[in-house]
Design a protein around this ligand. Sequence first.
Ligand code: PGA
Ligand code: MG
Length: 233
Amino acid sequence: MVIHTPQIAPPIAVFDLDGTLADTAGDLVGTLNVILEQEGLAPLPLAQARDMIGAGARALIERGFEAAGKELAPSHLDTLFKQFMVHYGENIRVRTELFPGVTAALDQLEAAGFILAVCTNKVEEHSIKLLDELEIGHRFSANCGRDTFPYFKPDPRHLTLTIERAGGDPSRAIMVGDSRTDIVTAQNAGIPVVAVPFGYTDVPVQDLNPDIVIDHFDELFAAVETLMKPLAA
Ligand SMILES: O=C(O)COP(=O)(O)O
Ligand SMILES: [Mg+2]
């Protein structure tokens, strides 16, 4: 007699990229400033422009122009977006580094049997390139950007389709992110969310009602265990 045990999907942890896994602001704002200067506008200080990150490069350019008080026609935005993509792609890892403790936290999750995935509003090509240059790309079963599906964060389908592509189960998943976009995406997908406070957000992440806020990646595994305990029991 063959006894069939029910197949339980492994747990999955899905990470945002910019402001969560890596501090990318120096290179994103660096490219934004190249565009602004080319348009005759003053470059923005990093401290001001970093919180404009999180909704993709198009939004970053729009927000940069808004901060400079300059109108931007949609057709011109298209041109600048293409220039941004080329310049950023060529300068993606000049000042960008992983946040402290990322590699060890991914090790811990992998050792506990977690599938790992990325769900970012970066375009997929740049997300793949950057994570490879940061030498962690091979760890992720799926790396889904703004252009991977017809939906992108805060649409919860960006997250649920990432989980599906990685071979995970949305009922055994957690999201880790730095912004309102990530928190709203996870909440709308019914998935618990861990927030990091060191990323890019114009309001403190604590005020956005995530399930847990961690100050350092050293705290991630314990946070995930707490949020997933009912599932493991
Ligand atoms: O704004 C971006 O370029 C992408 O941001 P995200 O990785 O935080 O989704
Ligand atoms: Mg982010």
